[in-house]
Design a protein around this ligand. Structure first.
Ligand SMILES: [Zn+2]
Length: 160
């Protein structure tokens, strides 16, 4: 049985995506971990929490380089992005024990990408009780605190 995740705050994000100044991934790549919700930094790519998550612990992996062309990723970037996604799942499993994951690249606005000119890999943890779990997150006012706490937990659980 497949259930559609319900994440109303995504609408705000999609509305804002065209108005944002600068690239959020480049800002995060050069920014401070806590403020930018960066969970882990690798050699060529890094991992951050999605501020507008589909589910608690929704991670994104992006190359440090501002690259909008998926085919243009270097071998090192492509490999590390997937290794970091796997490490992210290890940290998520240890922290939140999800029962499954959706992992993928949304390329192009029509495919659901909010930021189209800096490619990124989504790691979305899933629980069989997704729809029971989601209302906890639906209160947007609670979300920033929740994200800071989630970031700290995942950073601490990151495999070495
Ligand atoms: Zn960028």
């Amino acid at each position: 049985m497949t259930r559609q995740l319900w994440a109303p705050w995504r609408l705000e994000y999609i509305r804002q995506a065209d108005e944002l100044e600068g690239c959020v991934f480049c800002l995060a790549a050069s920014g401070e971990d806590e403020e930018m919700l960066v969970v882990h930094r690798g050699e060529t790519a890094f991992v951050l929490l999605n501020k507008f998550p589909y589910a608690s612990g929704h991670l994104m992996v992006a190359p440090h380089r501002h690259a909008g062309d998926f085919a243009g990723l270097t071998d090192a970037e492509a490999l590390e992005a997937h290794r970091l996604a796997a490490d992210g799942m290890t940290a998520l499993s240890a922290t939140f024990a999800p029962e499954g994951y959706n992992v993928g690249w949304n390329l192009g606005r029509v495919a659901g990408a909010g930021i189209v000119d800096h490619v990124h890999l989504h790691v979305v943890p899933r629980w069989s009780g997704d729809t029971n779990f989601m209302p906890v997150l639906a209160d947007v006012k609670v979300l920033p605190e929740h994200l800071a706490e989630t970031r700290a937990k995942l950073a601490a659980a990151w495999p070495t």
